[in-house]
Design a protein around this ligand. Sequence first.
Ligand code: NCD
Length: 284
Amino acid sequence: MQKLLEKKEQSEILKGSIVTLLFYEPSSRTFGSFASAVRRLGGTTIDIQNPKQTASVAKGETLEDTVKTFETYSDAIVIRHPDTGAASNAAAAVKIPIINAGDGIGEHPTQALLDMFTIYQKFERLDSLTGVFVGDLLNGRTVHSLLTGLSLFKNNTVYLLSPKELRLSPQHKKTFEEKGMKIIEISALSELPKQANFWYWTRVQKERFNDIKEYEKIKLAFVVTPEVMKKYAGQNMILMHPLPRVGEIETSVDSDTRSVYFSDQIRSGVSVCMALLALVLGKI
Ligand code: NCD
């Protein structure tokens, strides 16, 4: 898929297939990468963004009824929803493939696949890695899914750094530790390990706060600056971020060759979506 993407060749793998992109929460990258992936493979999309305002959902329709309808219109549904578990509820209601593109503070498995692909391309392995996760580890679904993915491989160690209110939940921590992942919680940038393979920086998830003042207090607790890179980042590491960033990585870090959030990660996103769609639609 990556070769197809690099050559910008139009493929016909999904010719005749229709994929519904049903996004109940805002998205630009995930929506865009799926739309691009379907079209690059010769398929078409039905784009529904913000159905709470624009569609029957505004009239009170349940998620199950909505997906049942789109099951008739399309061959697969990519869904993003504010409720944890929404994608699996949708999958239980229909027979066509449902792809979870983010469910509340739950999971974001397609982001995890592209993140793992990015790491794999750099280090040629997904085991015996040292990673650093920073930011909103409580509410960040991309964090949960990447940790889940990495916990499937042996000998991975992760350092976790977050404001104390946003630490990874004890249940998550237990699950990953039981799978053999080594988890080390730290409380300051000065404790970052020099030998890390990757840093996975994330934004504090504003939309999950009831009290905006609480968010304001901790939103920029940990910021990557050129000085932080110089002091704590190894030469062969990569700096990742699922995006959007809202100040937690200074723009002056973007030109650092170790920053991959606007390059390898974005590219991986489209090829991973292409591969996944071809796979679930039985084309490869
Ligand atoms: C993330 C998400 O929506 O969970 N963005 C994405 O899909 N790349 C990260 C975020 O919103 O912070």
